[in-house]
Design a protein around this ligand. Structure first.
Ligand code: FMN
Length: 269
């Protein structure tokens, strides 16, 4: 092992052997290739209790949850002491999992004010393993966590079952990138620099319509060469409609492409 700090992976799915785990494991494999030591934690084994608000708000001064929460003690210690962080979440109802949210909300309450994670390199993965909807909106709470805690996140990975194999490869590449940053923290000079950094990351600022477009595009890319070319050409038609100011017609065309593409994809799997 090199001198890089440890890369910590958090699997935010109740399903220990599922796709979230596969993607986080791929990121940690990449980090190991990059010379970092790694560790994976399953949130299913460390379920954080909901923050019920200590009043007066003393946890932010004590840097400790006021109530007994062994899982939070354990996880927060691991996060505060890692060299870089990977958070993987399954997408549930176009959103992050409850396991991840309870951790995030308690981390905010105890640590957001003191900012002990400033400049920590971080990487978020969301897997929308069903319809694929929410591949970006499921990532946002994770990146909001990174941003509010002043971490320095690298580009996110929106994964679906349509681009899953490519996403595993990409998780490895980004994990390797993270390992190269895990030697030290790189805090932002000020709030403005941090906000612009996050604005510049891909995917996170997409509109809902653009997110559906991205999903349809991923479905098209997953189609075999033998698929009807009319399916893919629908996306160009949707773009033309959008350029002509026909947003609703364009979105309806995107849905047509998505549905035809998903059907063809299912036919070959
Ligand atoms: C409560 C629930 C809600 C879900 N909502 C979505 C969704 O909005 N979009 C989607 O693509 N898949 C959705 N799925 C499917 C999961 O994203 C998919 O099963 C994913 O692989 C779960 O990660 P895992 O394999 O690590 O368990 C949902 C699954 C559950 C259980």
């Amino acid at each position: 092992m090199g001198t890089a700090g440890k890369v910590l992976g958090i699997v935010g799915s109740p399903n220990r052997e599922g796709r979230t785990n596969q993607l986080v494991a791929a990121a940690l494999d990449g980090a190991a290739r990059g010379g970092a030591s790694t560790e994976s934690i399953q949130l299913a084994d460390q379920v954080v209790a909901a923050c019920k608000d200590c009043l007066p708000w003393v946890c932010k001064d004590k840097q400790k949850c006021t109530y007994e929460d062994e899982a939070f003690e354990y996880l927060s210690w691991k996060i505060l002491n890692c060299g870089a962080l990977v958070v993987g979440t399954p997408v549930y109802w176009w959103d992050t999992s409850g396991l991840v949210k309870y951790l995030i909300l308690k981390m905010f309450r105890v640590y957001a004010r003191s900012g002990p994670l400033q400049g920590l390199p971080a990487f978020g993965i969301a897997i929308a393993g069903g319809t694929g909807n929410g591949l970006v909106s499921g990532l946002r709470p994770v990146y909001h966590f990174f941003q509010m805690m002043q971490m320095r996140a690298i580009e996110p990975l929106p994964a679906t079952r349509f681009n899953f194999d490519a996403a595993v490869v990409q998780a490895g590449k980004l994990g390797e990138e993270l390992a190269a940053l895990a030697d030290r923290r790189r805090p932002f000079k000020n709030l403005e620099e941090r906000l612009l950094w996050y604005d510049a990351l891909p995917y996170l600022s997409l509109s809902r319509a653009a997110e559906r477009n991205l999903l349809a595009d991923l479905v098209i890319q997953a189609l075999p060469a033998s698929a009807d070319p009319a399916i893919a050409s629908g996306l160009a038609r949707a773009q033309a409609l959008a350029a002509a100011g026909k947003a609703l017609e364009s979105s309806i065309e995107v849905t047509r492409v998505y549905e035809a593409g998903a059907k063809a994809f299912e036919g070959q799997h």
